[in-house]
Design a protein. Sequence first.
Length: 278
Amino acid sequence: MVAVIPARGGSKGIPRKNLMPVGGKPLIAWTIEQALAVPGLATYVSTEDEEIAEVSRSFGARVLVRSDDLARDETPTEPVICEALKQLAQTGHMPEAVMLLQATSPVRLPGTLARARAEFETRDVNSLVGVVSCPPFLWAESAEGAEALWDWRHRKRRQDFACHQLRYRETGSVYVTDSSLYLETENRMGGKIGLFHMADVEGIDIDTLDDAGVAEATLRRIALAETLSSHSNSPDGPDFVPVLKSGTQGAGDDNQNPTTGPKTAARRAGRRLTDQSR
């Protein structure tokens, strides 16, 4: 498995967003350092931008030079990952799986990416998508009027909903996918898809300067929690530290312990991929 961080230089909403300072370092540096903290996870940045490439190397990432055709505003992420896989194949190092990390989602708790790799390697899935739970009180609107996506006649408190009744949204932070799926379907999800449950604080995506401020404050809080935890007599640290720890709330197979259900190489190679791509 390798980690690939797509980072082009032409961000429009926030110019040069991938290099903007957040918490005392360039935005992309957070994701690079988090990936490199996973033992044995080779970390690559795909970019067409020389400055991003230089900064990425300075923080320890390897750089894959992206073609200009794949650095346009309208370019989706999947062709970028496919190009990266083909570049790696040319060096004789085709990985079995790719961990796609978005640099604009820098808030990840210590251990989150290691847990994502462990879950992917031990669960019977072809792709894993990072999610956070969202309030179940969702509605849809059509020409016929409003429609509740929950039983509004019997309102419950949020904490009283069973796991299978919850809803989840993608964080955009992390996806783990069989390399073959990318090359066959050009989609980050497909086959048997699993949910990778993350803590609420890990759902921050930077689109605006306000988002960047929230991310910076959260990263500082995580760092403080880790510092206090390391100096606490309790193995869990201060009372507020567990709030920041990676969440695994879910149901059924999506919440299984990553040490169960081993996925052997033969089982992985032999299973049939049923495309469920978007």
